[in-house]
Write a protein that binds this ligand. Structure first.
Ligand code: ZN
Length: 139
């Protein structure tokens, strides 16, 4: 069995963003030389997500509005977590809702997606360097 590991680095200038990382993950699959197997892609930070959905700007706007309704960034005093001196209480909750990781099948050397599926990095507390782990196993 082959095994491959890579960290993808991001430094998102805004507090929140959704970034399509499918091309980077497909490059990892090619580098791994795995033709049949599994790819795990996970955020390595507790204020960021990796999830699969449509690359459609209206949907991403809807996520932003929905997440801000669910866990607004301000007022900061809404969150007991911010008593630690941090300001990212909302980001921890947004990450929990949007998920930590995805697992995608690899078939014939390609990510084996359903219609319109793409992999996204969801940033909820940007402005610093953060990582995504890609782990690939198979033959
Ligand atoms: Zn925090």
């Amino acid at each position: 069995m082959k095994s491959y590991r890579k960290e993808l680095w991001f430094n998102v200038p805004t507090r929140r963003a959704f970034i399509n990382i499918t091309p980077q993950v497909q490059s990892c699959v090619e580098e791994s030389n795995v033709k049949e197997g599994l790819a795990l892609v996970n955020a390595m930070h507790i204020t960021a997500s990796v999830f699969i959905n449509d690359d459609e700007s209206g949907l991403h706007h809807d996520y932003e509005v929905w997440l801000e309704k669910l866990a607004p960034h301000e007022p900061l005093s809404n969150y007991r977590h911010n008593l630690t001196g941090e300001d990212n209480g909302d980001a921890h909750i947004k990450r929990q809702v949007m998920g930590r990781e995805v697992v995608v099948a690899i078939t014939a050397g390609q990510l084996d997606f359903g219609p319109w599926e793409q992999i996204f990095y969801g940033e909820f507390d940007g402005g610093r360097r953060k990582r995504v782990l890609v782990k690939i196993i198979g033959e």
